[in-house]
Design a binder for this molecule. Sequence first.
Ligand code: NDP
Length: 322
Amino acid sequence: MTTHTTRMLILGSGPAGLSAAIYGARAGMAPIVVQGIQPGGQLTTTTDVENYPGFADVIQGPWLMEQMQKQAEHVGTRLMWDTIIQVDLSTRPFRLIGDGGDVYEGDVLVIATGAQAKWLGIDSEEPMKGKGVSACATCDGFFYRGKKVAVIGGGNTAVEEALYLTNHSDDVTLIHRRDTLRAERILQERLHAHPNITVLWNKEVREFVDGGGNAGLVALALEDTVTGETSRLDVEGGFVAIGHHPATELFRGHLALDDDGYIAVETGSTRTSVPGVFACGDVADKVYRQAVTAAGTGCMAALDAERFLAAAEFAELAEAAE
Ligand code: NDP
């Protein structure tokens, strides 16, 4: 069992955590990144990435994350493989404990543990991911230009994704398991007013139908939640938009979370309810959820952390001089 100490401790190694590390290392904070169970985050399970600025050609998600890791290491970040099982944010330095007993101490802590999309959990879903089934229309909608697509869900995300998909498709169906939407009224009004969106009420997806060979998704098998009647909807893209799980279990009771379980940050900053603890990326963002916004808030977290440390160190010096 070893104790690892740093001025800047970062938990999570997706675009948010690694961007915080790049900025933190260049500011002389010698960050340690504890990578967690999915090093590289959600982009490591994606293939084509066309919306991360700076690359004229299509790049691969895992490659992008590998580049970010190397960049973070080149400027002085230490990457550690560990899974944190316990946190103590009651005093500084903050302490995190790994499942093998290693202790990580940081004068500041940046939380970038991300979020995971919720999935329907039906058998055909996993094999069809990347073959027509996706949980992010903003990321993958472009690949379905001119094709029939469906969005599953009834909250803000589902409605926003359906509206977004009309940029690429003139045949979008929103499938909801009840007969009223959870989404905000303004979004509902836009949805219903859109000529290219059809809403199917009281329907659940029972199967993502594989066309065989290289065909990918060809249809959704549906069941009516009221009558039990089954039907088929021909689509080539199926977007599951039924919510996300922010990875905040470790911090419950230690930090303020919002009603949906995301870490609450002060508007326009990455400051959490505990001074010296910052949150960035999807763990604190249920609205944008993009790699580039995660990277942006990672940069913000490093700048906020640097300012916090400078102020804390100045206060300590002033106190010592008295
Ligand atoms: P929500 O939890 O709000 O909505 C999830 C939707 O998926 C619900 O309609 C739910 O149905 C449905 N659903 C859940 N599980 C299943 C299932 N197994 N099968 C079929 N349908 C299912 O998630 P969102 O991602 O939409 O939003 C999360 C939070 O983020 C909310 O607070 C939202 O307001 C916020 N948000 C804000 C945005 C903005 O401000 N622009 C954009 C996006 C999100 P049912 O209604 O029957 O429970």
